[in-house]
Design a protein around this ligand. Structure first.
Ligand code: AHG
Ligand code: MN
Ligand code: MN
Length: 321
């Protein structure tokens, strides 16, 4: 097998983005290995369980959330290509002090409720142009990607013009090797949603879910780590949903750190996304911690889901509890 390393691949295929992008991916690669090393000893290490703090969303922060946030944020701030970094675990973005080309947003550890049970978790990143703020629409992204800490570690990233490539970490050589070239979203019928929230869902979401079950042929898969659920959706197909509901009237997932980067990636792979009737990449964030409802998947599944949504999404309400 012709082994193409991530570094060689970026040099050969992203020459248009220049040396800063190569520098950035080298930093992300290096940091992924450091975080993976820590996670692979999960269960044996002291950095487990709650840190005792809550983040800006009022969520319990795990010690490994804090660890991953510090490692990833510090490494990015030290990279000359990076002007600033926003993170799900930081109330405000940090400025690097050098005149880098990029602003990076990240969710350092996604799926943290799965840490204790050794299930797949991930890191998500978005690469925005330097600007006065990270409050930018997702359609300004240069690139985005994720690291999946699963049975093997994978790094998947997307750039514009429909390029999505996946690399698997070879722990024997300490290199990421191209294993999933030019990924196009799959065509299987899989839906992925926390259906335990059924009673909280809007009527149109209930109607949609009832209809696809009646139609038949669908499997339900839900890990509860967005990176893992999106990775499966990317490779196999289907739809991933975290809608607004009566407990989460704005949805649960964060626009800057989760939704925009993963929407960009799914769309570059030939899929589609919708948030209250609009393309998630067209939403202008009004604040760093903005949450939005989201459905991401293959074009045919997003079209089907959209056909059940009320033409005026504001009317599609539920009783907020
Ligand atoms: P995080 O661990 O970064 O806070 O993200 C958790 C998110 C996301 O990974 C997942 O899709 C979703 O929460 C699951 O939420 P439910 O437990 O409500 O299904
Ligand atoms: Mn997350
Ligand atoms: Mn997180």
């Amino acid at each position: 097998m012709n082994r193409i390393t991530l570094n060689d691949f970026v040099k050969a295929n992203n020459a248009d983005l220049g040396a800063p992008f190569q520098q950035l991916l080298l930093v992300i690669e290096k940091t992924a290995k450091i975080i993976n090393d820590k996670l692979s000893r999960n269960g044996l290490i002291e950095e487990q369980g709650s840190s005792g703090d809550t983040n800006v969303y009022g969520e319990d922060v795990q010690k490994l959330d804090e660890y991953a946030n510090k490692v990833f944020t510090d490494a990015l701030l030290a990279c000359p290509a990076v002007a600033g970094v926003g993170s799900e675990e930081l109330a405000e973005p940090k400025i690097s002090g050098h005149d880098g080309l990029y602003l990076i947003t990240h969710d350092p550890l996604d799926g943290s409720s799965n840490i204790d049970t050794n299930l797949p978790i991930g890191t998500i990143f978005g690469v925005y142009p330097q600007n006065t703020s990270v409050l930018q629409k997702g359609n300004t992204l240069f690139a985005s990607g994720y690291i999946l800490y699963g049975p093997s570690m994978m790094l998947v990233y997307a750039t514009t013009a429909g390029k999505v490539n996946g690399f698997t970490y070879d722990f024997q050589t300490n290199e990421f090797i191209l294993s999933h070239p030019d990924i196009k979203i799959g065509e299987k019928k899989i839906y992925s949603i926390n259906e335990g929230n059924w009673e909280l869902f809007s009527e149109s979401d209930k109607n949609y879910l009832t209809a696809i079950k009646k139609e038949g042929g669908y499997s339900l898969r839900y890990v509860g780590s967005m990176v893992a659920d999106i990775h499966r959706t990317l490779l196999k197909g289907g739809i991933f949903l975290y809608p607004a509901d009566s407990k989460h009237p704005e949805g649960k997932l964060r626009l800057l750190y989760e939704v925009a980067p993963l929407s960009f990636l799914i769309i570059q792979a030939g899929g589609d996304g919708v948030s209250r009737g609009v393309n998630p990449l067209d939403i202008m964030p009004s604040k760093h911690d903005q949450r939005v409802p989201i459905a991401l998947g293959s074009k045919v599944e997003i079209e089907k889901y959209s056909s059940f949504q009320k033409s005026n999404p504001i009317l599609d309400t539920f009783k907020v509890i």
